[in-house]
Design a protein around this ligand. Structure first.
Ligand SMILES: Nc1ncnc2c1ncn2[C@@H]1O[C@H](COP(=O)(O)OP(=O)(O)OP(=O)(O)O)[C@@H](O)[C@H]1O
Ligand SMILES: [Mg+2]
Length: 225
């Protein structure tokens, strides 16, 4: 599903060059649950942003299915991102003034779907993440774990090929974090491809496959850093 070859991303900070991603090659197959683990500053979010088509590398190849990502315009990238990728972030990234159901509907709105059909779909996904009865709650009226579940419903609503989760439990206590992790595992059991980015080794090792990132370089588990 994903093939990355020799991906590089360098930031120029005055005199200094920061090799945020230093020649990364990475494959993900349909149905995998891969975690990417590494310390702060190792390049995790940079990689996530490129995987998620929020940013482009300086060089290398990235194929998402058979699409050559480096050939696409910004608007083509946005379209594919909306259709194929569901994001879950540490800070939930919900819209404060929208209730749960409206937040979950946002990706459908971008596809021009609204009204009864969209509401019903959003309701279905909220129920799926265990939030039946919380449809009208604003983010401020939900617990952290519930907010993250709204974000998971929002990520699922377009039936994405891949879920990208960047520190999805980072703002949660360990018990609630484990509940979110269990939900991701269940989704994967049902066939969803998931890439989880975390600095938490305990969470990372619960995925079927673990890769480590250090100083912008990627290592499969078992390889030496
Ligand atoms: N826009 C930018 N401009 C300059 N340097 C950047 C930029 N974004 C990231 N970096 C640098 O690239 C490196 C990788 O950053 P990245 O955000 O990918 O790390 P991370 O692994 O996600 O860290 P954390 O666990 O703290 O979120 C860091 O050294 C960071 O300072
Ligand atoms: Mg990060």
């Amino acid at each position: 599903m994903i093939t990355m070859n020799h991906i590089k991303k360098t930031y120029q900070m005055g005199e200094e060059e920061i090799h945020a991603l230093d020649d990364i090659s990475f494959d993900v197959k349909t149905g995998e649950f891969v975690s990417i683990v590494g310390p702060s500053g190792s390049g995790k979010s940079t990689l996530m942003n490129i995987l998620g088509l929020l940013d482009v590398p300086d060089s290398g190849e990235y194929f998402l299915e058979d699409i050559n990502i480096l050939d696409l315009s910004d608007s083509e990238l946005a379209e594919i991102r909306n259709k194929k990728i569901g994001f879950i972030f540490q800070g939930f990234n919900l819209l404060n003034k929208l209730n749960a159901i409206e937040n979950v509907e946002v990706p459908l709105m971008y596809q021009g779907i609204s009204g009864k059909k969209s509401k019903e779909k959003a309701k279905f996904y909220l129920e799926k993440v265990g939030l039946k009865g919380r449809e009208k709650h604003l983010p401020s009226q939900l617990s952290g774990g519930q907010q993250q579940r709204v974000a998971i419903a929002r990520a699922l609503i377009c039936n994405p090929d891949i879920i990208l989760a960047d520190e999805p439990t980072g703002a949660l206590d360990s018990k609630t974090g484990q509940e979110i992790m269990d939900m991701l595992k269940d989704l994967n059991e049902a066939g969803q491809t998931i890439i989880l980015i975390t600095h938490d080794l305990n969470l990372a090792t619960q995925a079927k496959r673990v890769v480590r990132i250090a100083d912008g370089k990627l290592y499969e588990e078992g390889e030496n850093a």
